[in-house]
Write a protein that binds this ligand. Structure first.
Ligand SMILES: [Zn+2]
Length: 88
C-alpha cells in the first residue's frame, strides 16, 4: 500500500525534491530505499538526544552539519508523532 507524506524539504510548498507536488509517495519498503548513511544518522541523532554525542565533548565540539542534521531528525520525528496522534 503506497504511503504519501508531506515533503520534508519544502513542507508541502513544492520544490525540486518533490517535483513541485509538495508530497513524497513511498510505494515500497523504505528500508530498501533509504541509504545506510541515513539510518546511521537516525541512530546517531537518537544517541545524541540521550546525551551521547558522536565526538567527545559538548555541542560546540560536534560538527555543525551533524548538529543541524540531528535537529532535522528531531523535528521530523516530532512532526511525524503529531501527524500520527492528530495533534497540530
Ligand atoms: Zn518539496
Amino acid at each position: 500500500m503506497p504511503y504519501e507524506t508531506e515533503c520534508p524539504s519544502c513542507s508541502g510548498r513544492g520544490c525540486d525534491d518533490c517535483g513541485g507536488g509538495g508530497s513524497l509517495r513511498l510505494t515500497g519498503c523504505p528500508r530498501r530505499t533509504i541509504p545506510r548513511a541515513a539510518w546511521e544518522m537516525l541512530d546517531a541523532a537518537e544517541l545524541y538526544e540521550k546525551g551521547l554525542p558522536p565526538e567527545h565533548g559538548g555541542t560546540l565540539d560536534q560538527a555543525a552539519d551533524f548538529v543541524r542534521a540531528a535537529r532535522f531528525v528531531w523535528n521530523e520525528e516530532a512532526r511525524c508523532k503529531r501527524q500520527l496522534t492528530g495533534d497540530r
